[in-house]
Design a protein around this ligand. Sequence first.
Ligand code: N01
Length: 553
Amino acid sequence: MSAAPSVAESGRELTFDVVVVGAGFAGMYMLHRLRGLGFSVRVYEQGSDVGGTWYWNRYPGARCDVESMQYSYSFSEELQQEWNWSERYAPQPEILKYARHVADRFGLRSDIVFNTRVECAAFDEDRKSWGVMTSDGKLVRAQFVVLATGCLSNARMPDIKGLAGFAGRVFHTGHWPHEGVDFTGQRVGVIGTGSSAIQSVPVIARQASHLFVFQRTPNFSIPARNAPLTAEEREAFRKNYAEIRRFAREDARNGIYAELPERGALEDGENARRARYEQRWASGGLTFMLAYNNLILDKAANDTAADFVREKIAEIVSDPMTARRLQPDNHPIGTKRICVDTDYYATFNRPNVTLVDIHGRGIDEILPHAVRAGSENYEIDALVLATGFDAMTGSVAKIDIRGRGGKTLNQKWAEGPKTYLGLMSEGFPNLFLITGPGSPSVLSNMIVSIEQHVDWIADCLSFMRRSALASIEASPDAEERWVAHVNEVAEMTLYPQANSWYMGANIPGKPRIFMPYIGGVGVYRRICNDVAAKGYEGFTMRARQAAQAVAMS
Ligand code: N01
């Protein structure tokens, strides 16, 4: 490893210490940290700008479901003190503006190559480095590769008969046109009722002449109670940022500063419980699930929260049949990512909005000017696919990654992703994942988890440089034990009861395995720190001279 940034050109091959794939929040911070430590880094980004998920997801109504004062970097005190979030939950354009600001403020762009995909990466066992091939045909060599590819960035096109023959425009929420779309006066169909649809439906309904929402499975949604942030509210955060960030990292299960519940739902009587849910409903947001400490562990406790939300839906939606159809009843509340909305349920009271229940049978086919479902034709001019992502593994799977012995990561993960700590996978030395499967990732405030992984990887690479080590790899035993632990903890909860994208259940043929680690970000951080403190226990590190293995396992 070179001590200072150095890019040696050897024939056609550029050489770096680290190649980072993706310039979203993870890739940007990884670049910043490693550059600060004197590593040479090259980032490849398939989009034309930074921002990752916030670059692609530009659908109407897109905004974060974690409060912006918390969904923001903590690594720079000046940045967190100076940036002014305008609303409790910033809209997508503002989050993208923030990402661009960070790129400019820290001079990141000079080391990012845009509009370029990493197509394949192959580990050379003799050189203990990766050969990385990019979509512009260049071959780059790097000792380390960091996949900062995002957990929800591989938009999933559904396999619906006739889709290709639709005569109007088709949009996917995860791949929205940069110039925006005006649906004024159009008949629009939205397929899907996950978070993306729940955010976009109220906005599209205000533009469209008629909106048909095709719902296969209803989801639980909590009002966001979004509002402009006052200067006093911002100041309250800024003054207390040190403690807020510490709490989010160390004490919170999900990386969000919030009051933690001490009681279980069944410890309160009916009236006290209702009052508590009412108070959570009124304050809004994801922390509804923190009303009690056992909502995700105990079905009877969970039922009390689910019943409360179902009652709210019935109160808001005027037509009883529509209300009934909107009430989820096939999964415990919170076991699919809970949605956060602004006026979602009330939108179904509009005369220009129709909920089409396709439960159990799906869509028959798409015709050139209509969606056909339940033998009825719903005439539309434009179609919005809010059909989600091949989550957590989809973006990694698109890259042809070959580890030791030429084995591909897709082969290794054919039965489901296997990692040690969600950071590395055995057989793939010097390849790191940021917020990979087996880490809290999507169950947490992503920026908290991103910063933790980036810092851990940066420390690890510094340690290796100091110790003149050339490679690091997860040991098979440590990985096996971690995978078993991730599953064991998931089985203690209600999560596996839902057919969710956490389980890979939204992708036909994808193995059903609970992918994120549910032990909580604080617990997980302590495990990772402990592993590092014990000399990277569970990893095997080797010096450049092959035989000198430093077995930490
Ligand atoms: O995707 P989803 P999403 N025919 O997979 C339906 C994050 N996010 O983009 O449930 C008909 O949740 C599918 O139906 P079913 C957040 O973590 C965050 O909405 O499979 N319907 C489902 O209703 C979220 O959880 C924010 O029966 C079909 C929908 O499409 C994650 O991204 C905002 C179908 C897909 O829902 C994914 O959310 C937005 C078919 N063939 C998203 N195929 C923030 O606020 C699929 N569906 C930060």
